[in-house]
Design a protein around this ligand. Structure first.
Ligand code: PMP
Length: 283
């Protein structure tokens, strides 16, 4: 397995960064996880656009053009043993004296690594997963895909401790997203999700799901969702690159709807798989 680090392609265990790297000292960096299905990157342009938005938000110049990113990602992806991958890509503000202020001279650290992409097993799709809710105590720039993930890490661990797949976050009584995913609900046949804002990550899968809802002519609406609506939803779904679309069938120990993945989920999940297949075949 080859990784890319600052201009070199090398084995993972030979990749080294400075302990003065601001990613290590301050979490001063951003990242992306790009799915590759049967060695074809999925929504690569959209991921690179989001990367640019994250870099802009933290005032770090993009070290590469889109063509350069694509070339590097393809080289790492081609060398990886698995046909389905999550390409992890990270840019930090690089090494410098330990000072919160930006260094005078910035040498960003660029790291690209392939990971096996573990999409949900069919049994999990059939049964759904459990989730818990917790207060969203993150900062107010959750639209930035920052490597400063401590609040997400702690939130995710709460669901691990509870034996569940995800922690769904509520800010001041309103649904934001999961610790590592976006959240959709269905009420009375209408798909609902919080609109994009500084309080959620603009998920690439979130966009795909909304496009599919449009194509399938399923009623859908982006609007704030109160905690109470989440708790009384007929269906709750998680979306993310590795989870794709996954039904939550128990929330805080209580069955969601009849406790099985719902009919709207089934339609959207099937459409998502169809769409993926078309991408894999080069459509
Ligand atoms: N929200 C958060 C907090 C996430 O970490 C992720 C996964 N990166 C998502 C949403 C989903 O984003 P995507 O669909 O682009 O994987």
């Amino acid at each position: 397995m080859l990784v890319y680090l600052n201009g070199d392609y090398l084995p993972l265990d030979e990749a080294r960064v400075s302990v003065l790297d601001r990613g290590f000292l301050f979490g001063d960096g951003v990242y992306e996880v790009i799915p590759v299905y049967s060695r074809r990157p999925f929504r690569l342009h959209e991921h690179l656009v989001r990367l640019q938005a994250s870099l802009d938000a933290i005032r770090l110049a993009n070290p590469h053009s889109e063509a350069e990113w694509i070339e590097r990602i393809e080289r790492v992806s081609t060398a990886a043993e698995w046909p389905d991958q999550g390409i992890y890509l990270q840019v930090t503000r690089g090494p410098g004296p330990r000072d919160h202020a930006f260094p005078q001279v910035i040498q960003p650290t660029v790291f690209i690594m392939p990971m096996p992409l573990a999409t949900p097993a069919p049994a999990l799709v059939e049964q759904g997963v459990c989730a818990i809710t917790a207060p969203d105590d993150r900062w107010l720039h959750c639209d930035v895909k920052s490597v400063s993930l401590l609040a997400n890490v702690l939130a995710r661990q709460r669901s691990v401790d509870a034996g569940c797949a995800e922690t769904i976050l509520l800010r001041d009584g309103w649904l934001t997203e999961g610790s590592t995913s976006n959240v959709f609900i269905v009420r009375d046949g209408v798909i609902l999700a919080p609109p994009k804002s500084n309080l959620i990550l603009p998920g690439i899968t979130y966009d795909v799901v909304l496009e599919l809802a449009r194509t399938l002519e399923l009623p859908h609406q982006l609007r704030p969702i109160a905690a109470d609506e989440l708790k009384r939803a007929d269906e709750v779904w998680l979306t993310s690159t590795p989870k794709e679309v996954l039904a939550v069938t128990r929330l805080d120990g209580v069955p969601v709807g009849d406790g099985r993945p719902g009919p709207v989920f089934r339609r959207v999940h099937a459409a998502y798989q169809d769409y993926k297949r078309r991408v894999m075949h080069g459509a």
